[in-house]
Design a protein around this ligand. Structure first.
Ligand code: MN
Length: 129
């Protein structure tokens, strides 16, 4: 079976390296983007099984990027797992309202992160209506 492909959208190099390491250690193929725009460019030609989306990104933030992904019929069914450093009340709700399937907080806990990705990868989603 082909490896599941994950698109990792994260601007912070340290977090990106950690997330990429954890995902690769689980056998996933990882594509990296540092901005929402880079992610959209990749999505024009590639079809990941899941997107790991940092919420705090320069330019368009991860919530807005997720809304756009969910609005596009070609990408609406790709599950998005949000990663955020604001561990504030209401953020989980905001992420889910934007169309994210799952949510993890920074600093990334290895087991929680791996479990959340495994839970959603391959689960096609309906767009947020
Ligand atoms: Mn960030």
């Amino acid at each position: 079976m082909a490896a599941k492909k994950i698109l990792l959208v994260e601007d912070n190099p340290v977090n990106r390296r950690l997330a990429q390491f954890l995902l690769r250690s689980q056998g996933y193929e990882v594509r990296e983007a540092t901005t929402a725009q880079e992610a959209f460019d990749i999505l024009k030609t590639e079809r990941p099984d899941l997107i790991v989306m940092d919420i705090q990104l320069p330019g368009m933030d991860g919530l807005e990027a997720t809304r756009k992904i969910k609005e596009q019929p070609s990408t609406a069914d790709i599950p998005v797992v949000a990663v955020t450093s604001y561990a504030m009340k209401g953020d989980r709700e905001k992420a889910l309202a934007a169309g994210c399937a799952g949510y993890v907080t920074k600093p990334i806990d290895k087991d929680t992160f791996v479990r959340e990705v495994a839970l959603h990868v391959g689960n096609k989603q309906q767009g947020n209506e």
